[in-house]
Ligand binder design. Structure first.
Ligand SMILES: [Mn+2]
Length: 424
């Protein structure tokens, strides 16, 4: 279990003020990329690359240069502790591109691969993934690695970050679609919060010629399938996809294996996920179209069942937003954290703002959570109250206190009128 800042689940982003997006700064409208201009536009403009295209080309050039500088070396790709399909497929694509530059990459995660679809994805595609706990990392000769790479995260959701950076390995690249979480001293940065999946960014790299997929090469077909799955899973099966994602999916459709994707999508839910769903149904309260459920204690390895339970609560009629949370405990380390997931299809609800406003900041000024488009998460350390659950009365009391406090904070925002403190 990680012991660093709590504001770091996979759905969490950093300070919005700090967002830097060169494309957005220069071109105010991100919805009118030059490549897709209408026919009605002036002919002379047709041949002139737009500012956005130029910036895109410049990014690709910077990426090439970074790879050139690292030719023949080795790199570590760091994923979040609970890697999702977007992260897994994007990391694999990076690894395949890097191989063209004779760069060997290890794809690492420190936590658990627990979502049934992720386990199936890795098994069926042979996605080259390694689990390195902090203990494992300490036994490795890190001097072999000349760069580390953060993909679909910016280090805050990875338990290895501090150790790897502390070992003096420079950051070769950060490629992500979460809001910028702070300054990173990286050789190459491509952080685009307006894009809904990192797999979209990587598909753009492929289209720009960083690697030519070949449908006769089984590894390429499997990687394209993984990217398609990544795209789908970060966009609610493309229901929340934008033009960029559809264009990426269209490109990937030339290479991916639809049967393989089906096999991944049909993986069945584990008993633990079924249990979490059952508990969330039993304990949910629905107010103003919000469905909120505290589901008690959960093993660390079953953390992924929280967002799945939230997804399930979203299927009830008239519910536009679901929040599910649990006290997640790590038996080995006696550490407990309240972990929660938010899902919404209400376009005017910004999960990042909602979570930051609901839970505020800790004593160090760090938020307990945040979000990306239509999803968010939070982690609240149980701290001094951790452990001692052999005494079932104590365990129950502790849960009731956390449950009441979290509900109270959420309901402040859900129905401000009901709360005297909010009633100005
Ligand atoms: Mn993602």
């Amino acid at each position: 279990m990680k012991d660093h800042p709590p504001n770091n689940s996979d759905e969490i982003s950093g300070n919005r003020e700090a967002e830097i997006d060169p494309l957005r700064e220069v071109v105010p409208s991100v919805n009118t990329p030059g490549k897709r201009r209408g026919k009605a536009e002036v002919a002379s403009e047709e041949n002139r690359p737009s500012l956005r295209e130029e910036l895109h080309d410049r990014k690709i050039e910077q990426l090439r240069q970074m790879f050139d500088r690292h030719k023949g070396s080795r790199q570590l790709i760091l994923l979040q502790d609970f890697p999702d399909p977007d992260a897994l497929s994007s990391a694999w694509t990076y690894k395949l591109i890097a191989e063209k530059y004779d760069i060997q990459c290890e794809i690492l995660y420190a936590g658990t691969l627990s979502h049934q679809e992720n386990i199936t994805l890795v098994k069926l595609t042979g996605l080259p993934l390694q689990r390195w706990t902090l203990e494992t990392a300490k036994t490795k000769d890190l001097s072999a690695y000349k760069g580390c790479v953060f993909i679909d995260n910016q280090g805050t959701t990875c338990n290895l970050t501090e150790f790897i950076l502390g070992a003096g390995i420079p950051i070769a690249a950060v490629i992500d679609h979460h809001s910028l979480q702070g300054e990173m001293n990286a050789e190459f940065m491509d952080v685009r919060p307006e894009i809904h999946a990192t797999a979209t960014i990587f598909t753009e790299y492929l289209q720009a010629g960083m690697l030519a997929f070949d449908s006769n090469i089984s590894q390429h077909v499997k990687c394209a399938t993984a990217l398609m799955h990544g795209l789908r899973s970060d966009t609610n099966a493309l229901r929340q996809a934008q033009e960029e994602e559809f264009l990426a999916a269209a490109y990937l459709s030339r290479f991916y294996d639809s049967q393989l994707l089906n096999a991944v999508l049909q993986s069945s839910r584990s008993k633990w996920v079924m249990d979490a769903i059952e508990r969330s149904l039993k304990h949910r309260i629905v107010q103003n179209n919000f469905s909120i459920a505290g589901i008690g204690y959960l093993r660390y390895d079953d953390r992924d069942s929280i967002p799945q339970a939230a997804d399930f609560l979203m299927t009830e009629e008239n519910v536009h937003t679901a929040v599910v949370y649990a006290i997640v405990h790590d038996k080995d380390e006696e550490i407990e954290v309240v972990i929660g997931s938010l899902r919404t299809n209400k376009l005017t609800l910004d999960p990042d703002e909602f979570i930051k406003e609901a839970f505020g900041q800790d004593a160090q000024g760090r938020f307990f959570g945040g979000g990306r488009s239509q999803a968010g998460g939070f982690e609240i350390p149980v701290g001094f109250l951790s452990g001692g659950n052999e005494d079932s009365d104590y365990a129950r009391m502790k849960w009731e206190v956390f449950d009441a406090q979290i509900k109270q904070k959420l309901l402040h925002l859900v129905s401000p009128k009901d709360n005297p403190i909010y009633d100005h």
